[in-house]
Design a protein around this ligand. Structure first.
Ligand code: PGA
Length: 242
């Protein structure tokens, strides 16, 4: 497993359901990686391209966007943590809000997925976040606490897992919480249970070249999970170079 402590910050590109061979070749030839090797850059393509990128990557790490909660067996269409490990995947996003929302993933399932990943030396990037409705009701911290309690397995620790705080209402909308709100929420995640004190906690939701610096320099923020802006090689280069 990658030694998370070797890095000061993490920049995770979540390509979602985008990209093909042509896109990947162009993207890899155009991005310029940071000289600062303490920045960990992770690219998460759709599963079908993981093996191709694994064989062609240079200077960045490889992440999957999802994994089965099952180890093996009669689960048609699923991909196991063991097979991700076989093709040298280092990280895997789990519990992204799109999976919770459109594929009805529950905290317990996310917990099993994360546990299987850790067993296979893959770092789960476990996503949590409140909806706009939760925020309006003032129950953000309760929602996060529940998600943390149920979706993070006992085997998770600061050396083998990353937490991504992604307010659902900020994803793909161009809206972001204020810097103070982001910092306070990360601090809440870190402080409310001693288990999370040393975890790397990254922020996601409308991160772009023009706001990444101010967000990732906040005291309690250890990097960013980037969707839309990670699909443009020039913008992504600015994000990781800043
Ligand atoms: P966005 O997506 O950067 O396009 O808001 C973030 C994510 O879904 O992880």
């Amino acid at each position: 497993m990658i030694k998370l402590d070797n890095f000061s910050s993490f920049f995770v590109a979540n390509w979602k359901l985008n990209g093909n061979f042509k896109f990947i070749d162009q993207f890899i030839s155009k991005i310029s990686l940071p000289k600062d090797s303490s920045k960990c850059v992770v690219i998460c393509p759709t599963s079908i391209y993981l093996d191709y990128i694994s064989k062609n990557k240079m200077g960045f790490y490889l992440g999957a966007q999802n994994v089965s909660q099952h180890k093996d067996g009669a689960f048609t269409g699923e991909i196991s943590a063991d097979s991700l490990d076989d093709i040298n995947v280092d990280f895997c996003i789990v519990g992204h809000s799109e999976r919770r929302q459109f594929f009805f993933e529950k905290n317990e399932e996310i917990n099993h997925k994360s546990e299987n990943l850790i067993k296979n030396n893959i770092v789960p990037i476990i996503c949590i976040g409140e909806t706009l409705e939760d925020k309006k009701k003032g129950i953000t911290n309760d929602i996060l606490e529940e998600q943390l309690k149920k979706s993070i397995p006992i085997s998770s620790n600061f050396e083998n897992s990353i937490i991504a705080y992604e307010p659902v209402w900020a994803i793909g909308t161009g809206l972001t919480p204020t810097n103070d709100e982001i910092n306070d929420t990360h601090s809440f995640i870190r402080e409310h249970n001693a288990k999370f004190n040393k975890f790397k906690i990254i922020y996601g939701g409308s991160v772009k070249a023009n706001n990444v610096n101010e967000i990732t320099s906040l005291l309690n923020v250890d990097g960013a999970l980037i969707g839309g802006a990670s699909l443009k090689s020039d913008e992504f280069t600015k994000i990781i170079q800043d």
